[in-house]
Design a protein around this ligand. Structure first.
Ligand code: IPD
Ligand code: CA
Ligand code: CA
Length: 263
């Protein structure tokens, strides 16, 4: 395994603590399915609890850093150049429905750039992590984006907008163009893991519109450090601020991006 910096070790430790709490709650979720409201409230408590655990661990270790968490919002730190960006539970709908595909995501940003990321799939005990310039890892294993070169062999992932989401027409247009060209499109419902899977070469590419910084900050650096290209859907926009991104292995990035950017 790579020898991580002190910060990376802090992140991994925090992710394990939050993951342990979520796994315990996940085992309970199935018993609660009878009442949707009961299950919904239970999951939002699990989510909040996980963020509290992360905040305590990360802010205790680095009290001067800033904070951005999905459940607790943002706060500038004494050190305005560094902040944690945290999604305690990415893939909430899967968690609520008893499907083991969700993760804890933690990123460390320095001067506006993500320098370390951890995405922990606690149900499968897969710890994805990366630091700038140090490569990407899953547990003890070095990660590399896939080497597939032909669209017909490629499997892509996306997130399908739900409720009254303004990105639905564009995403349906993407699917209409992309599906005839490739080996399939998956929609598993956890953006952080979608990026980690691009890093692991499981998906050849992934795109989604309208995400938040906490959904993607941890996964983006992992995908990049594994050799994938990750860019905003609209060239020149900020990746984290726009929340719309295209990630793919190098050989397929251009043909894939051409399809997605046609809308
Ligand atoms: C969601 C997941 C999902 C994506 C949604 C996100 P949450 O995050 O990442 O894959 O399609 O847009 O909001 O709510 O489960 O943390
Ligand atoms: Ca999320
Ligand atoms: Ca979340």
């Amino acid at each position: 395994m790579a020898i991580g910096s002190a910060n990376l070790n802090i992140m991994i430790k925090a992710a394990r603590l939050a993951g342990r709490s979520l796994v315990k709650d996940f085992r309970e979720v199935e018993n609660l399915q009878v009442s949707m409201k009961g299950a919904g409230d239970f999951v939002s408590r699990a989510d909040t609890r996980a963020e509290e655990i992360l905040k305590e661990a990360l802010m205790e270790a680095r009290p001067n850093y800033g904070w951005l968490g999905e459940e607790t919002g943002g706060a500038e730190g004494k050190d305005p150049t560094r902040r944690w960006i945290v999604d305690p539970l990415d893939g909430t709908t899967n968690f609520l429905h008893g499907m083991p595909h969700w993760a804890v995501s933690i990123a460390l940003e320095h001067k506006g750039e993500v320098v370390a990321g951890v995405v922990f799939d606690a149900a499968k005990d897969e710890m994805f992590f990366a630091e700038k310039g140090q490569g990407a890892w899953m547990n003890q294993q070095r990660l590399r984006a896939s080497g597939r070169r032909h669209m017909v062999e490629a499997v892509f992932a996306t997130g399908l907008p739900f409720a009254a989401n303004k990105h639905l027409p564009a995403t349906l247009g993407d699917l209409a163009q992309l599906l005839p060209t490739c080996a399939g499109v998956r929609r598993w419902g956890a953006a952080a893991l979608d990026l980690a899977y691009v890093a692991a070469g499981r998906y050849d590419g992934y795109w989604e519109r309208g995400l938040n910084a906490w959904d993607i900050a941890g996964g983006v650096i992992i995908a990049r450090e594994a050799g994938a290209l990750v860019e905003p859907v609209v060239p020149g926009e900020s990746l984290l601020a726009s929340g719309s991104l295209i990630a793919a292995n190098e050989p397929l990035f251009d043909p894939f991006a051409k399809i997605i950017r046609a809308r």
